[in-house]
Design a protein around this ligand. Structure first.
Ligand code: ADP
Ligand code: MG
Length: 251
């Protein structure tokens, strides 16, 4: 909403962001500032434009107006691959893992020096990469499953694997779209711990509907409605906002 006044540079600064689909403004004059080491949650009713905001930041959808600065660099208009390379990782609503590969192979593929299209001929799993795979597998609770084929993991484990794939890229900003949808109560609790752990050295944007989950992870909450920000602040703060209660929490 309001740009905080101090002159520090934010990890992510989004200003006046907008996109129209056939004249319909899905995101409209959207402003968003994010510090390092923060968990920032975006909530709002279905169709509010939350997923579209992530699509715009990661370059999947082209904005029609506004600016997106990441680490002080304008990334609006850059292609998705370059945005990933700068350190922006994004997880989609449905896990996009390779079901036929093992946990280890999925993680390996996500390493910047891993088996890419061009590096496959010369690829050798170096000790560094092996070590990184094990660290990440430990973080996401899948160390014992390194040789397990991804297809037989539980729904929650698949979601964690995809988060692990983002961690392999060592992104400064990780964006998660509804990471606990379909998870059991226990898996949700473990995801809270995972997000807290991984936010220590990077920033996380989470879109989520589960208010209990949001309360446990959010440093800051932005509420969206009809493509716009209608409230922002701590969970306690936005929960008391009459407009938020009317359009979202009340339902
Ligand atoms: P949310 O994630 O908050 O539920 P979305 O960002 O998915 O909302 O969608 C916001 C609005 O934009 C919806 O009305 C949706 O139908 C529309 N929309 C999203 N992406 C597209 C697209 N590629 N083309 C046309 N309309 C879209
Ligand atoms: Mg969505």
């Amino acid at each position: 909403m309001i740009k905080p006044t101090d002159q520090q540079t934010f990890l992510l600064e989004v200003e006046g962001l907008g996109v129209s689909f056939d004249g319909f403004k899905a995101v409209d004059d959207f402003n968003f500032y994010m510090d390092r080491g923060q968990v920032h949650v975006i909530i709002g009713p279905n169709g509010a434009g939350k997923t579209t905001v992530l699509d715009l930041i990661c370059g999947r959808t082209k904005a029609t107006s506004g600016n997106i600065r990441f680490n002080g660099k304008e990334i609006r208009g850059m292609n998705e691959h370059n945005i990933v390379r700068l350190g922006v990782g994004r997880k989609f609503q449905n896990p996009s893992i390779y079901e036929g590969l093992t946990v280890l192979e999925n993680l390996e593929l996500s390493h910047p020096k891993g088996r890419g299209v061009f590096s496959c001929m010369v690829f050798r799993r170096t000790e560094d990469i092996q070590k990184r795979i094990e660290e990440v597998a430990e973080e996401i609770g899948l160390l014992e499953f390194l040789e397990t084929e991804a297809s037989i993991l539980s729904h929650g484990q698949k979601q964690w694997l995809e988060i692990g794939m983002l961690l392999m890229q060592d992104s400064d900003l990780v964006m998660l779209d509804e990471p606990v949808a379909g998870m059991s109560v226990r898996e949700r609790a473990e995801t809270v711990n995972l997000i807290k752990k991984i936010s220590k050295n990077r920033s996380i944007v989470v879109i989520e509907h589960d208010m209990e989950f949001v309360k446990q992870i959010a440093d800051r909450v932005t509420v969206m409605h009809l493509g716009k920000v209608i409230a922002e602040g701590s969970m306690e703060h936005v929960q008391q906002n009459p407009k938020v209660i009317e359009v979202y929490i009340g339902h």
